[in-house]
Ligand binder design. Structure first.
Ligand code: B12
Length: 421
């Protein structure tokens, strides 16, 4: 931190509250950031304000979103960790794709994807990584067990940490530094440094420096890409729906495919569903927004009997609420009779039934028949959905409409009650 704050007060004279406020101000108005556009600057300030409010325990406009993604963007882009560690174009492509498709408030950048070439050049020994001791699609690096700092060296470390690292720790853990073992300690030297300098004439020390110079140049190439990615991150706006549709839903569909092909088993299916539910729980409050609006219609929503799938149904409900509908979510595994009771009790305009299993789709038909028997069919519109359900199936069972996702479900609901969207 500089000595004075933006108002000229000295840092050491400030209270902790003033120091905190000063940090917030610098965060909001960062030095040396050349925003790509006025829109980027506006988005940046909105995001930082969101975090500042959360830190101050005030109410932000919505929950700030940070995704601890680690190396996931590499896999999301169809590659793997080895590819992005060794190919900077691939790193740029994967991370930019991720930034664009999972728009967040904060982004860790790509600096945790260390450059494989640099690590190879310096012969880094403490870890293995994909392409260097691990298979190409290994999901992370692996620590190589070893005693890199024996107890008898602790005193040396405490006495002179820089000397210890230069002449003991680095030569042991990084091959390129190996010749530095022979160097004399720099701390005690005084006066004319000729003897000290002469050590650098030794061929192995010269070779070590040459390697470090070349590795440094390679690291600069990598850093250029990391900085470019970070810069691009500043230019992104937030669009939660594309985060849900392109991100979470695509992910869970992939889980479904892997389950269908026998590669995933039930535990993976459950873990995937739990992850999606947790992510949605974070995103939903922001998607719903200001609810204090006139109710455009009342919808009873549920998943049919025998079917426990709730994610799609809940998402449909969230989007309906966000668009001004009042939603009565009756839950999962609901019989036709329970739907009918809820329609009657809540004087619903629309009833929405979700089915995710081919075996439970027929419950949607049963619902329509039960509504007829209860003399409610003329009073309530029926919309159906869920992965196996189709437009033609909806028509065949006499539903009023079908929608393939949450957005089209909202359009459909507006059409069914004849209201402008
Ligand atoms: C997550 C999941 C689970 C989770 C559900 C957790 C939960 N709390 O919801 C768990 C692990 C519990 C589960 C269990 C089972 N599952 Co499951 N599951 C899935 C999976 C992977 C994703 C479903 C999902 O949430 N998708 C994400 C949401 C956003 O999409 P969605 O549900 O399609 O909803 C969207 C649209 O369809 C539409 N929509 C949905 N509902 C409605 C309603 C209306 C009115 C409208 C207009 C629109 C609409 O809008 C939504 C938002 O965009 C699917 C695979 C898939 N591709 O669908 C399998 C899948 C549905 N499951 C399957 C199976 C077989 C099972 C089990 C039988 C497994 C078992 N051996 O026990 C059990 C059944 C339990 C039961 N009785 O219901 C099969 C079904 C096969 C079939 N042909 O019937 C699938 C297709 C996987 C597969 N490929 O084999 N499952």
């Amino acid at each position: 931190m500089p000595d004075t704050d933006t108002t000229g007060k000295r840092w050491q004279d400030m209270t902790w509250e003033e120091k905190r406020e000063e940090r917030f101000q610098r965060w909001l108005n960062p030095a040396n950031v050349d925003f790509i556009s006025p829109e980027a600057e506006k988005l940046y300030k909105e995001r930082v304000t969101r975090f500042i409010k959360a830190i101050k325990l005030e109410e932000p406009d919505r929950v700030p979103v940070m995704l601890p993604v680690e190396y996931y963007p590499a896999y999301y882009a169809g590659g793997n960790l080895k590819k992005v560690m060794y190919d900077y174009d691939e790193l740029r492509h994967a991370w930019l794709k991720f930034i664009q498709e999972f728009e967040m408030d904060s982004f860790n950048g790509a600096s945790l994807v260390f450059p494989g070439k640099v690590l190879d050049m310096i012969d880094y020994k403490i870890q293995k990584w994909p392409g260097h001791g691990l298979v190409d699609d290994a999901p992370s690096q692996q620590f190589v067990e070893g005693e890199y700092m024996p107890p008898e060296e602790y005193d040396d470390l405490i006495r002179d940490p820089a000397d210890y690292f230069m002449r003991y720790f680095l030569p042991r853990s990084v091959g390129a530094f190996e010749p530095f073992r022979k160097l004399g300690p720099i701390t005690p030297f005084v006066s004319i440094p000729v003897w000290y300098v002469s050590q650098f004439g030794a061929p192995d020390i010269q070779k070590a420096y040459q390697t470090l110079l070349e590795a440094g140049q390679e690291a600069m190439k990598w850093m250029g890409v990391v900085i470019e990615i970070g810069q691009e991150a500043l230019n992104q706006g937030l669009d939660l729906l594309s985060c849900v549709n392109e991100g979470l839903t695509t992910g869970i569909q992939k889980v479904g495919e892997l389950f269908a092909s026998g590669e995933y088993f039930l535990p993976e299916l459950i873990i995937g569903a739990e992850a999606m539910k947790k992510a949605l729980a974070v995103l939903e409050p922001a998607m719903v927004g200001d609810q204090a609006r006139e109710v455009v219609g009342r919808v009873v929503l549920g998943t049919v009997e025998g079917d426990m799938h709730e994610i799609g149904k809940t998402l449909v409900g969230t989007m309906l609420i966000a668009n001004g509908f009042q939603v009565f979510d009756i839950g999962v595994d609901k019989s036709a009779g329970e739907f009918v009771t809820a329609v009657r009790e809540n004087n619903a305009d629309i009833v929405g039934a979700s089915a995710l299993l081919t075996t439970t789709m027929l419950q949607q038909k049963k619902l329509i028949e039960t509504l007829k028997e209860a003399n409610l069919r003329d009073k309530v519109k029926v919309m159906v959905g869920g992965a196996p359900v189709t437009e033609s199936f909806a028509a065949e069972i006499g539903a009023d409409g079908y929608a393939e996702d949450a957005i089209s479900a909202v359009d459909l609901a507006f059409r069914l009650i004849d209201a402008p969207a």
